[in-house]
Design a protein around this ligand. Structure first.
Ligand code: PHE
Length: 340
């Protein structure tokens, strides 16, 4: 066994080997430099100083130093491998709080859409969808909106070229359904629609609508009012008052807008309902004979009602949300409140 200052240094270095087995990745890199570093590594220095020893001592210390070097290299490699495998991680703190992962949930607008479609399902309405890109024929002309009619402008359309538009409402699906399926027809059509409106507290350039259509022999405005009364009382509350106001749409005659008692103030007037006590929830009316004709149905034989509502706007009314943009910004602090 060699003795002397270099041998003492080797003993000191050997006593560090245990540390290697416990090191985390960073400590491991530090230990490697500290012990084997090419310039200032402790073992490197011992090897460098060997020539100062007498030949016998040099041989003994040299052998010991080389053995130690291999031992350290083996320990470093073993630790490296076990860290890479993730086993025996000395740096894992088991008392650390768990990392929270997000769980998916239904967006409040989708919740409202599903609930509305569910209520109409109980009234016999099937749920169908259409396409967001439509021809001008389906978005306008088949719905009795001539292309030079102000109503076509009113919709502030996004034109896609080649006679295609981003649908400005879900009403074109009425025409598709009437062309494809014979009456009796009862459908609700949820989907996105597009208008060149800037985002503001009550408008969005893309928003949700739900179209409703019922066509059969002998369907009257009374059937329409009964369906809407049923819907409002189930969706809002038994006590919520409903009113039908005369209005105008090219594809319905007569046309109406449906208001419900303001859910914020109960009807006494507040800033949400602009002091009217009412909130508009849909446009509606009896299907115009010209629309039946454009879709190949005999207006002498069939009648029907149609309605279009905005679930985002209805979500605002229901939950007292002050700004429609909140529904489209995906801020988790807002959305978290609607996790069921
Ligand atoms: N399509 C109309 C709109 O977007 C709403 C509507 C649908 C009105 C069906 C009457 C009948 O404003």
């Amino acid at each position: 066994m060699a003795s002397g200052p270099l041998a003492d240094q080797l003993a000191a270095i050997a006593s560090r080997i245990d540390e290697i087995a416990r090191a985390d990745a960073r400590q491991l890199a530090d230990l490697k430099t500290e012990l084997l570093g090419r310039k200032a590594g402790q073992l490197t220095r011992v090897l460098r100083d060997l020539p100062s020893l007498a030949p016998d001592a040099r041989r003994a210390v040299g052998r010991q130093a080389n053995a130690l070097k291999h031992q350290i290299e083996a320990a470093l490699a073993a630790r490296q491998e076990s860290l890479a495998r993730g086993t025996q991680r000395a740096d894992v703190d088991l008392t650390m709080p768990g990392r929270r992962t997000w769980r998916g949930a239904t967006h409040p607008i989708q919740q409202v859409v599903d609930e509305i479609c569910g209520i109409f399902k109980d009234l016999g309405f099937a749920r169908v969808v259409g396409s967001e890109a439509e021809s001008e024929a389906y978005n306008f002309t088949k719905l009795n909106i001539p292309l030079d009619h102000p109503a076509a402008d009113m919709h502030d359309t996004f034109y896609l070229g080649r006679g295609l538009v981003l649908r400005t409402h879900t009403s074109p699906v009425q025409a598709h359904v009437m062309e494809r399926y014979p009456p009796p027809i009862r459908v609700v059509v949820p989907g996105l629609v597009y208008r060149r409106d800037p985002f503001d507290p009550s408008h969005a350039p893309v928003f949700d609508q739900i179209e409703g259509l019922a066509v059969d022999e002998g369907v009257s405005f009374v059937d329409f009012k009964a369906a809407i009364d049923y819907f409002v009382h189930r969706f809002f509350s038994r006590e919520t008052a409903v009113r039908f106001r005369a209005s105008y749409f090219p594809f319905t005659e007569p046309s109406a807008e449906v208001d419900v008692q303001c859910q914020m103030c109960g009807g006494s007037g507040c800033s949400t309902c602009k002091q009217t006590g009412w909130m508009e929830i849909m446009g509606a009316g009896m299907v115009h004979p010209a629309v039946f004709e454009a879709c190949g149905l005999d207006p002498e034989r069939f009648t029907g009602y149609a309605f279009g509502m905005g679930p985002a706007r209805i979500a605002l009314v229901r939950y007292g949300i002050p700004d429609i943009r909140m529904l489209y910004q995906n801020d988790m602090r807002f959305l978290d409140q609607f996790v069921e």
